[in-house]
Design a protein around this ligand. Structure first.
Ligand SMILES: Cc1cc2nc3c(=O)[nH]c(=O)nc-3n(C[C@H](O)[C@H](O)[C@H](O)COP(=O)(O)OP(=O)(O)OC[C@H]3O[C@@H](n4cnc5c(N)ncnc54)[C@H](O)[C@@H]3O)c2cc1C
Length: 418
């Protein structure tokens, strides 16, 4: 994290103290990423007193490390949602995803968060000619069923006029997409939460949770007793709550930022871009014209010996013209994925949780934070819609899920290469 472009360009943020002694609140939030911060903001706005406990620093998880791509919708496309749930339910889910996008942009505007947010579209490049078939179908379903006319298919020449990458057959452009500086977005949310009355604590790892009548969160030197708890630890949850561990799988993903590039830039008009590969490549320009490129996944806990070289390989394959540019920053983080690629949102009594956004977790946490607090305040209708999506457990249980899953992932990754 320390070697990331985001830390090097982070806005000033007055750090919060560690937790000492006994505390009480209506809501204790565990985790200072987007999910926890949105939950805390919504809860305090509903009149609850809120304490947020972050194990490291605000935004030190995936929220401060990600690609910054704002991609409307869910990790499952509109056609897949219809196939899984039928048109009516799929439309409800899609509308909720659009609400997540609106809530995110509204927070950024309302709290004047300086996070380089730019909404010029997101494009998925077609790595195989066949991809254009599902892309045409997706654009059609989005317009016709979801009433979302902002996506269209570009042929290879049109796509190339936006992104000078090699080996693509066209792309699906969604004009509602965009990108932002993820860490500054998280820090801005935290500053807004603090200004709104949330008590923030950093270096406050929760080591034990007692649930039953309310929630008690224990840290090394302190304790918070609350009516409700929100678990917002995503891939970093470790053993804190074993009942949900089997439904998410942490996967490591890595990024680099090049030196500032001069014209002609590899991406025009500040589009956010990813490709249709199973092991996805995703990239965009930073505010100071660096290419921020993510690519390559690892299913083992140890990072590659040289992250820079590991990701550069993928970048140079797509942008041969950048093979020799300097790479100034390289870092990585853990994405939590689920079997269904839809998030796992729910509750155990007074303890709420939301995680497993499966790589699409810049926009959805704004919605998750909102519906969790709606349920705390007694209106669970929208919470129930999301809780009904609960993904199945990974086969093999907590112990075996990783080796079995790694085999599956490697198979799909091999198909990318073939
Ligand atoms: C490399 C990478 C690239 C990505 N790119 C994109 C992208 O371009 N677009 C997109 O939409 N999504 C992307 N994602 C996914 C997105 O970043 C995540 O889905 C999202 O940030 C999850 O937010 P969160 O708040 O749920 O979890 P996190 O941001 O991980 O926050 C969890 C927090 O909980 C804290 N915590 C854990 N355990 C404890 C404990 N016991 N006590 C107290 N605190 C604890 C952690 O320190 C952490 O800060 C990417 C993810 C990664 C890793």
């Amino acid at each position: 994290m320390e070697r990331s472009y985001y830390v090097a360009t982070a806005n000033r943020f007055e750090h919060a103290p560690a937790l000492e002694g006994e505390h009480e609140a209506d809501v204790v939030v565990i985790g200072g990423g987007y999910t926890g911060l949105h939950a805390a903001l919504n809860a305090v706005e509903k009149g609850f007193s809120v304490i947020l406990l972050e194990a490291g620093r605000i935004g030190w998880g995936a929220s401060g490390r990600n690609g910054g791509q704002m991609i409307p919708g869910w990790r499952k496309g509109a056609s897949e949602l219809i196939a899984a749930y039928g048109e009516g339910r799929a439309k409800t889910l899609f509308d909720l995803a659009l609400e997540a996008r609106a809530l995110t942009l509204d927070r950024i505007a309302r709290h004047a968060i300086a996070c380089d947010a730019i909404v010029n579209g997101h494009m998925t490049l077609a790595a195989k000619r066949n991809d254009l078939h599902w892309m045409h179908n997706e654009a059609d379903v989005l317009a016709r069923v979801m009433n979302y006319p902002n996506a269209r298919v570009l042929d290879a020449n049109e796509a190339l006029s936006h992104v000078s990458a090699s080996g693509f057959h066209g792309g699906l452009l969604d004009e509602g997409g965009g990108h932002l500086h993820p860490l500054n977005y998280a820090l801005g949310l935290a500053a807004a939460a603090r200004a709104g009355g949330v008590s923030l604590y950093e270096n406050a790892r929760v080591t034990r949770l007692d649930t039953g009548n309310g929630v008690i969160a224990h840290t090394e030197r302190g304790r918070v007793r609350a009516r409700f708890g929100v678990l917002a630890c995503d891939a970093l949850i470790d053993g804190l709550e074993t009942r949900i561990a089997k439904r998410i799988m942490p996967v490591a993903n890595y990024l680099i930022a090049t030196e500032p590039l001069s014209a002609p830039l590899p991406i025009s008009n500040h589009l956010a871009v990813s490709d249709s590969r199973f092991v996805v490549n995703y990239f965009r320009m930073s505010a100071d014209n660096r290419l921020i490129f993510g690519g390559g996944e690892r299913y083992t806990p140890a990072p590659p010996a040289d992250i820079r070289a590991f990701v550069r390989r993928h970048m140079a394959r797509m942008f041969p013209q950048l093979a020799d540019v300097r790479v100034d920053y390289a870092w990585g983080g853990l994405v939590s994925i689920t079997m269904s690629r839809l998030p796992h949102i729910g509750r155990f009594g007074d303890l709420f949780f939301a995680h497993g956004y499966s790589g699409l977790g810049v926009l959805i946490p704004a919605l998750a934070g909102k519906v969790l607090t709606e349920a705390m305040a007694g209106t669970a209708e929208r919470f129930d819609v999301l809780a009904d999506l609960a993904p199945p457990e990974f086969p093999g249980g907590a112990g075996l899920r990783s080796p079995l899953y790694v085999l599956g992932m490697l198979w799909y990754a091999m198909r990318d290469r073939l």
